[in-house]
Every structure is written in C-alpha cells, then in structure tokens.
Write a protein that binds this ligand. Structure first.
Ligand SMILES: Cc1ncc(COP(=O)(O)O)c(C=O)c1O
Length: 489
C-alpha cells in the first residue's frame, strides 16, 4: 500500500519520504486532490482519511471505510430463508407479546428451523451423561453415572490434549473419533471399507459443505465454477454459492414422483449451464430437505453414472440418514451404492458425504458436531483440504465427542443400552421386530408384550405358516439376526 508524500514521492502508506508518520488532510482544506497528498508530523489518528470532513462545530467526522457500497458484494447476495425477515419479525412479535401487546394469538410457534431441542425434544441421557463427564471430570468419581458412560468419557478425555475438552484437537478431528466414525460408516455400508484419514470432523455439516465448496469454486466468466443444486434446496447451498460467487445451477426435483431426481432434468440443466459456466459439482440432499423424499437405490445409481459420465464431483448431504419412516423406504448411502457399482465407479467418482449431530433422533444442533468423508479425492487436493481446515484450528471438542457417541452408541450388554433404546423411544425387542418387519416383511411379536425378565429380550413367533413358507421365514430371520447382531454388537 502506498501513499504520497507532499513532495509526491511514493512511500509506504503512513510514512513520508523522511520516514515521519504522515496523514491525508481533509479534501476541502487541501489544495491537492484527495488521496494524493500527505503531511508529515500530524496526528496519526487522521492518517489516510481522504473522506474526513469537518462539521459546522469544527469536529472531524469521516465516512465509513466499510459501507454498503464498498463491502464485499458477494455477501450482499447471500440469502438464508430459514433465518430471514419472517424469523426476525417472529422474534419481534415474541418481544411484543412479552411486553403485553395484544395479538390474535398468545405465542409464536416456530416451525421454521429444524431445531428439535428448541421445540422441546429431550436430549438422549447417555449423550449428556458422557458430555457432562467430559466437561467436568470430577464427576467421574460420582456414583450417579453408569460405568459405560464413564468409560466413554475417559476414552475421549485421554485423546484430548492435557486430558481436557478445553484443548484444541488436531484440525481434522480427534483420532479415535475419526476411527469410530470410519467403523460406523463400514457397519452402515455393509462392510465397504472406510479409511479414517478420509474422515474430517466438522462444525456441523454446514462447515464441511462450505469447505468443500471453497475447494471447488474458481474461474471467471464462462469458466466460473457452476454447482448443481436441487430445487427445492436447503438454503445453505444457495447462500454459500452466493458468498463464494459461484454459479448456482438449479435442477428441479420431480414433485409428481415424490420429489425424486429426474435424469432428464439433470441432463438439460447441465447442458444449459455449460453455455455460461463450468459446472463441476452436483449436490444431493438425501433424505431431502425440505422435501423429505428418500431417493431410491436405482435413482442413486443413475445419479452416480451421470456424475461419472459428465465428470462431476458429487456432494451427498446425508444428515437425515436416520430419519426414514415411510413404509418400504430405506436409506442408501451414496458411498455404498458407489462401491456396489464396481471399480469403474468406486475407483473414479469423486464424492464427499456429510453427516451431523444436529438432526435425526439426536437433534443436538447446538453442539455443532459433524463429519465429512471424502472418496477418490486427488492427493494434492486432499493436502490442500487438510491445510484449509487447519486455518480454523479445530471443530468444537464437545461436538466431536458427541459425534463419537452418535456413531458409537451403547451396545447390548452395556448398562446404558436399555435406557438408550428407550430414549430412542423403543424397547430393544420392539426395535428388533420393527426392523425385521421393514427389512424382510416378517411380522413377529416383541417379547415385551408378554413380559420378560429385566435385561432380557425375546420375540414370539407362531409356527402356523406352511412348512415351505416356514423354511423361507426361518432363513430370513437367521440372515437378519446375524446382520442385526453384527451391526449392534
Ligand atoms: C439438508 C441439510 N444440510 C445441512 C444442514 C446443516 O446442519 P448442521 O447443523 O449440521 O450444520 C441442515 C440443517 O437443517 C440441513 O437440513
């Protein structure tokens, strides 16, 4: 940065040619055009302020450096509907109600943002016990916490600098938590391997998504990066793209077909975008927000093939992976389907997928926990990613600890298992039978309906179906049982 000395010689800003600190004088007092003159030996406070003006009382005032015209224009383009003007007005109305203003209603019911706890959902006991122990390890000496909660807390604390959640962690996240996330992904995806080095813990999923977009966006004019997002979308995407100055490439979900992704729509949206930008990435929210659809396996396969053919980087936002309720619906992770398509795809298609502690049965938005897994990322880019995340030092440690508990919940036989399942709102045998029904179509009765010894779980089945059907039934139950115990033990 350079200013000019009175003699007109170029000097580092704020320093005259004689090395004395300098200032710019108010333009109306100066015989020189603004920003072209500096006098030495005058108060530093007014240095460099060409826009400084004297008011009628003889007091200097200055225009703001940062004004709506000089600020970063990309920030002005950011819109975030879930916290936009309606929400601001809602907060104002709440205040008015508190102050006694009469309205045709007595409270504002907020259904604008997915903040389960704010709406009264109770936290899962086990999560909060472990977090309490991590935050205040003195509690480890108390009898009020179950042993498994203490063990988890101790394990997390041992992995923290100085044994405290108040210390920074590695920027990618605490090692043992990333390992637990990797094991969780493997279990979820039926054994598809996951390398903990490809797992990055994040400050909620939002942080991971924005970080990936930062890596992707570049170029000018027709070579500016385009990013394909679903419409309707979750406004984080449009907001982040606006902030980064990327080109938002819309593809519309098919409302008539339960908001599914339509290949022909993807193709035409991409072809149109290629006329004016460089589309590089395709974002998918599955299960969807705000649309709630769960993409079928076939649809995911099609999308992966499309991404491979069109050379697009896939971003799979899977924060609602545990929120699948509709009959016959099943969550398929993009990673799993990618690997099931074979090496032609699994060795090539680049994918980042995201999960969070904010949604599903956890609803722990405030802890800002999340992770992303990257697949087939170029090694040099991955080094840049690791550098980029190191700038923000690390995600919050309590959020990392919580992520660990989500991917590593209490197991059968551990003292907290029963409470945990109740927290999930289901007795363990009810959970088993419900899952069996959803996955195999076999209908049994949970043992809790008949009464059973505490800590034991049963199901009741009749043997009335014909022998041939019974054989099929037993084979299916056996297969399910093995999978279930592998997943939950
Ligand atoms: C689809 C989707 N992605 C990402 C997020 C952000 O979640 P987080 O709180 O983990 O940043 C949300 C939050 O509602 C969401 O709905």
């Amino acid at each position: 940065m350079y200013g000019f000395s009175a003699a007109g010689r170029k000097t580092p800003r704020g320093t005259s040619s004689s090395g004395v600190r300098s200032m710019l004088i108010p333009s109306q007092l100066s015989p020189f055009p603004p920003q072209s003159i500096a006098f030495s030996g005058v108060s530093e406070r007014r240095r460099g302020l060409a826009q400084e003006k004297m008011n009628e009382n003889g007091v200097f005032s200055r225009d703001k450096v940062l004004t709506i015209d000089t600020m970063n224009p990309t920030v002005k383009n950011v819109e975030y509907a879930v916290r936009g003007p309606i929400v601001q007005r809602a907060m104002q109305i709440e205040k008015e109600l508190r102050e006694g203003v009469k309205k045709p209603f007595t409270e504002v019911i907020k259904a604008n943002i997915g903040d389960a706890h704010a709406m009264g959902q109770q936290p899962i006991t086990f999560f909060r016990q472990v977090l309490a122990l991590c935050s205040y390890p003195e509690l480890l000496n108390e009898n009020m916490f179950p042993e498994d909660a203490k063990n988890r807390a101790q394990r997390i604390l041992q992995a923290c600098g100085g044994g405290s959640v108040g210390a920074y962690s590695a920027s990618q996240g605490i090692d043992c938590v990333r390992q637990d996330v990797a094991r969780y992904i493997e279990r979820r995806d039926g054994g598809v391997p996951c390398d903990p080095d490809n797992v990055y813990l994040t400050t909620g999923a939002s942080d991971g998504i924005v970080t990936m977009l930062k890596l992707l966006v570049c170029g000018e004019g027709a070579s500016r990066t385009g990013v394909m997002i679903s419409i309707p979308q979750y406004p984080l995407y449009s907001a982040a793209l606006a902030e980064l100055g990327a080109v938002q490439v819309n593809y519309y979900l098919n409302e008539e077909k339960c908001w599914s992704m339509d290949l022909s729509e993807l193709e035409s949206s991409l072809a149109e975008a290629r006329k004016h930008c460089n589309p590089k990435a395709l974002c998918i929210i599955n299960p969807g927000n705000p649309t709630g659809q769960v993409q079928s396996r076939q649809c995911i396969e099609d999308v992966i093939r499309f991404a491979a053919k069109e050379r697009l980087f896939l971003m799979a936002d899977e924060v609602y992976q545990d929120n699948v309720y509709a009959e016959g619906c099943q969550f398929h992770s993009f990673k799993k389907v990618l690997f099931e398509l074979g090496p032609e795809y699994s060795d090539n298609v680049e994918l980042a997928s995201f999960h969070s502690t904010s949604k599903c049965y956890m609803g722990e938005c405030g802890f800002r926990g999340g992770y992303m897994e990257v697949i087939n990322m170029d090694a040099e880019v991955q080094a840049q990613l690791s550098k980029l995340v190191s700038v923000r030092l690390c995600p919050p440690i309590p959020g990392q600890a919580l992520m660990d508990l989500v991917v590593n919940s209490p197991q059968p036989g551990e003292p907290s298992h029963i409470t945990f399942m109740k927290a999930l709102g289901q007795a363990p045998d009810m959970f088993y039978c419900m899952k069996l029904l959803e996955e195999t179509g076999i209908c049994l009765v949970p043992g809790s309906g008949f009464g059973q010894k505490d800590g034991t779980y049963h199901f009741r089945m009749t043997i009335l179906p014909p022998t041939e059907k019974l054989k099929i039934l037993l084979a299916k139950v056996k297969e399910f049982h093995q999978k279930f115990t592998q997943q939950y033990s």
